[in-house]
Design a protein around this ligand. Sequence first.
Ligand SMILES: [Zn+2]
Length: 487
Amino acid sequence: MNKKNQDKKEIFELKSNQLTASKKDLSEWYNQLMLLADIVDDRYAVKGMAVWKPYGYKIMQNIKRRWDELFQNAGIQEVYFPLIVPIEYCEQNPSWWQGFKSEGFKVIAGTDNKIQGIIRPTGEPAIYPMYSMWVRSKNDLPIRFYETVNSYRYETKSTRPLIRTREISVWHEIHTAHATREEAEEEFQLHIKLWDELWKDLALPSFKVVKPIWECFPGAIGAVEYYSTTPNGRVMENGSVNNLGQAYAKKFNIKFKDEKGKEQYAWQICTGNGARLLGGLILIHGDDKGLIIPPRIAPIKAVIVPILFKGKEKIVLEKAKELSKELKEFDVYLDERKEKTAGEKFYEWEIKGVPLRIEIGPKDIEKDSFVLVRRDTGKKEIISNKDAKKKIKETLEDIQDSLLKKATEMLNSQIKDAKTLEEVKSNVKSGKISRVFWCKEGECYDKISETAEGLEGFGSDLEKKEEGHCIICNKKTKTKLYLAKSY
Ligand SMILES: [Zn+2]
């Protein structure tokens, strides 16, 4: 196959405007929803780059607004660094450059077609040379900045909207620099706390593990990686908090003179994630009817569908408008379209995962009430108009809580302790994530990962409670390793 063909984009086309795939057929279901729910359109003619549609972009911007709030309240300030990274900056960290040389999109301009640099594949090589200029003395530290940008990598594996893309969009990265290791470690813990909050807003359990040290940046102290899971027990990395130690500061010369006039390198933390959060959320919360968007980030929290009968249209629409004004604070949307039946509207809004539906018809008006339907459970309830605000507020909170509870229960049921390699094998077969005692040695790690094809050790427990014996070498240990296939 020549290179051109390899790069050819596989175009996903919808065969009907109905959701025909069930969630059991995960990839097809996911692809159909991207288009039917107006999240992104992947048919743009560059592999791994998609167009954000209004509804999807609104959800993503709501997630971004939440991280802006969390980071800025914690004193981390928003900045913006240029898209083009000069080669001389990239070359300051040869091991980084080695890894990204072939993945970076080159920028060529001018009559001599000179390479001006590469388009940002990650923030470090653009940001750290500037940090090096800004840090002169201890007083210049800490630096605590973040940016939300798009990053670009020439991904050679098959791409998937929001999850594996060449344009990594709406991506935040926090980069900090500190005078001491202790201060950096405090920052590391803070980032974990902030992310845990963010994951709660997405109604997702923050499943996080310690990354094996040999998979961290060379010279780094360690990293915590967040994971989301699919219904069939596959795992997907969903952001990481990295304790870089002084590894990058040494490459990029981020140093200062201490009180004794001695040169010291800064200690650094970097943390990043983006649209993959939305991908993970869709895979976890969605069902056979479509998306389920957690109320805290839903652009429309309730949709009002008037049930129009001949001769009663005017009175029903008037009442619906009145209600939509009264419930404005819940980002309600009144679907007044005349060309669609109520049933068609129900179907569309279910696909889009709007948390609540309000049905209002002539009979409801007579009773001074409306029908409230939950997207997550399908449960219907008749609500008296006077209780509208209170009831909607309570129900939205309950949906948020029960989505998190359901996702947590699913995760817990997916993790299974294994005492033998045979058990690991049967766990993989039944779509489970295995957890085994492990001595933290690379050799044993490799042996466990070889148990089944495609199996990967992806990290160990943050909290070490009980003691056991390494499943391979029998050495005493408190560390447990997680194993699964990746999505
Ligand atoms: Zn071992």
